[in-house]
Ligand binder design. Structure first.
Ligand code: HEC
Length: 115
């Protein structure tokens, strides 16, 4: 009963605080998952419409300090990217990232960034 109360008390639209551990095995993951090969394109496809420093005026409410223009940007926010995209699947708003891109992103965060 206590558990049920705790679950109910935790609003369903709250975002999660901490990132789950990745299940990627870097020993067997493809080595060619890099920023230049695919990951930059994924952030351009799904994120920079709202999260770009080049786009200060029309961000659909995205926080001014949350941008994904560079590898360093992604590194700095890697834990939040993992939570919002891979775990909660509510970024981009409403989700919709292809499975294949989710898998590439997980490999990149885990094996390339060590996050
Ligand atoms: C249509 C606009 C839009 C797109 C596209 C979008 N976001 Fe967001 N993002 C927002 C808004 C609005 C917020 C602030 C509200 C919130 O946190 O839900 C936000 C907040 C965030 C935050 C900061 C909040 C936190 O939980 O730390 C992160 C990180 C983030 N987005 C990641 C991403 C990533 C990664 C992508 C691409 C896979 C993406 N977003 C795509 C609009 C967008």
């Amino acid at each position: 009963m206590m558990l049920l109360f705790t679950l109910l008390a935790c609003g369903s639209d709250e975002t999660t605080d901490s990132a789950p551990a990745s299940t990627v095995d870097c020993a067997t993951a493809p080595a060619d998952v890099t920023w230049d090969a695919s990951i930059h394109g994924i952030f351009l496809d799904y994120c920079t419409a709202c999260h770009s420093a080049n786009n200060p005026d029309n961000r659909y409410g995205a926080p001014a300090e949350v941008n994904f223009d560079t590898e360093q940007d992604v590194y700095d926010l890697a834990d939040r990217v993992r939570v919002r995209v891979l775990q909660d699947a509510d970024m981009p708003i409403g989700g919709g990232v292809y499975e294949e891109d989710l898998s590439l992103l997980d490999i990149y965060l885990t094996c390339r960034l060590g996050k």
